[in-house]
Design a protein around this ligand. Structure first.
Ligand code: ADP
Ligand code: FBP
Ligand code: MG
Length: 346
């Protein structure tokens, strides 16, 4: 067994459901299996840079499994914006040495994986976990937070359906997903939605209008359009323009003008990231946390714990931190939506 006496722990990037479940699992396993002292850093990598941390014991993680948010706080490190990466890495390592850290576990999204990779390349023992409602981290087929976000989005669509039906309206529902359309696709299938627009498939307004008119012609009283916040029109995509929320904000008027059907917009936004994790996210976050500690105990580091083909696997940080995992055009959820008659805007 590899000796880890002091283990650092932090959550970085946007929060999501399951972070506390993972913090609990890492803390309990690190104490029980490694006999380690756990130091929790506040507000992401900024906490590490400033040595701002506290000791985490059994009592600190009691009762947090199902709690939303992160007891450590998180952040995107904006206070340190402008500093050179080399400088941030050097200062982080100085703090790690000063605090006697033998290893660090980082819970985060793609940005977190990138900085973790830089820390690992500079010599720190690092293991990461994949968190994000966007589900867009490379090297893993699923991230915790995603299942909860899809559950909330699906429930919202169900609620929008009844009011849409009462008023004979088109309901646009904007969900998060800057670079990747995973939430929109899953909620579009489960909701269900009649139109699903994702960043990976630039849309044509005429195609959406035609789909809504065809439904109205079939006597359907309402339609649900799910739009990822990063969805782009074909014209914007061709011009290389991306602006969050642009698609939903523009379409709400464009669709109403073109179809003559009353159209309303609901932006789910941060509601998707808040509150208790689903059972699926509790299990995933807990298992990933336990596996991170097992790997560190076995001397494995410089990896993210991912899931591939249903199995937990160590993924090199070079892969996990190499950019967003977007939806491939041939993904079975895209095929499923098309076969069910949904419009994807193309
Ligand atoms: N390209 C990058 N290279 C190195 N570190 C990064 C990079 N992007 C983000 N980070 C670090 O990771 C932290 C979290 O990243 P961010 O992109 O905000 O969230 P997430 O991890 O959820 O994607 C940032 O505060 C920053 O310290
Ligand atoms: O919390 P912020 O900084 O406003 O960022 C919002 C972004 O965070 C997310 O909720 C999650 O993204 P990350 O996993 O990269 O943090 C995105 O869906 C959304 O675009
Ligand atoms: Mg990110």
């Amino acid at each position: 067994m590899h000796t880890i006496r002091t283990l650092g722990l932090l959550t970085a990037g946007g929060d999501c459901q399951g972070l506390n479940a993972a913090l609990r699992a890492v803390t309990l396993a690190a104490q029980r299996d490694l006999g380690a002292t756990v130091l929790g850093f506040h507000d992401g990598y900024v906490g590490l840079l400033r040595g701002d941390c506290r000791r985490l014991d059994r009592d600190d993680v009691a009762g947090i499994l199902a709690q939303g948010g992160t007891i450590l706080g998180t952040g995107r490190g904006r206070a340190e914006q402008g500093a050179a990466l080399d400088d941030l890495v050097r200062r982080s390592l100085q703090q790690a040495t000063a605090l006697g850290l033998d290893a660090l576990v980082c819970l985060g999204g793609d940005g977190t994986q990138r900085f973790a990779r830089a820390l690992a390349e500079a010599g720190l023992r690092v293991v990461t976990l994949p968190k994000t409602i966007d589900n867009d981290i490379r090297g893993t087929e699923v991230c915790f937070g995603f299942d909860s976000a899809v559950y909330i989005a699906t429930e919202a669509i169900e609620r929008l359906r009844t009011t849409a039906h009462s008023h004979s309206r088109v309901m646009l529902c904007e969900v998060m997903g800057r670079d990747a359309g995973w939430i929109a696709l899953a909620a579009g299938l489960a909701g269900p939605a009649h139109v699903v627009l994702i960043p990976e498939i630039p849309y044509r307004t005429e195609a959406v209008v035609a789909a809504l008119q065809a439904r109205a012609a079939r006597g359907r009283r309402y339609s649900i359009v799910v739009v990822a916040e990063g969805a782009r029109s074909a014209a914007d995509a061709a011009a290389g323009r991306t602006q969050k929320h642009a698609a939903a904000l523009r379409l709400v008027d464009e669709l109403q003008d073109a179809t003559g059907i009353e159209t309303r917009l609901t932006t789910l936004g941060y509601v998707l990231r808040g509150g208790a994790p689903t059972v699926g996210d509790r299990l995933l976050a807990t298992e990933l946390g336990l596996e991170a500690v097992r790997l560190l105990g076995a001397g494995v580091h410089g990896v993210m714990v991912g899931q591939q083909h249903g199995r937990l696997v160590p993924v090199p940080l070079a892969e996990a931190g190499s950019g967003a995992r977007t939806v491939p055009p041939e993904h079975r959820w895209i095929d499923a939506l098309r076969r069910l008659g949904a419009c994807l805007g193309d």
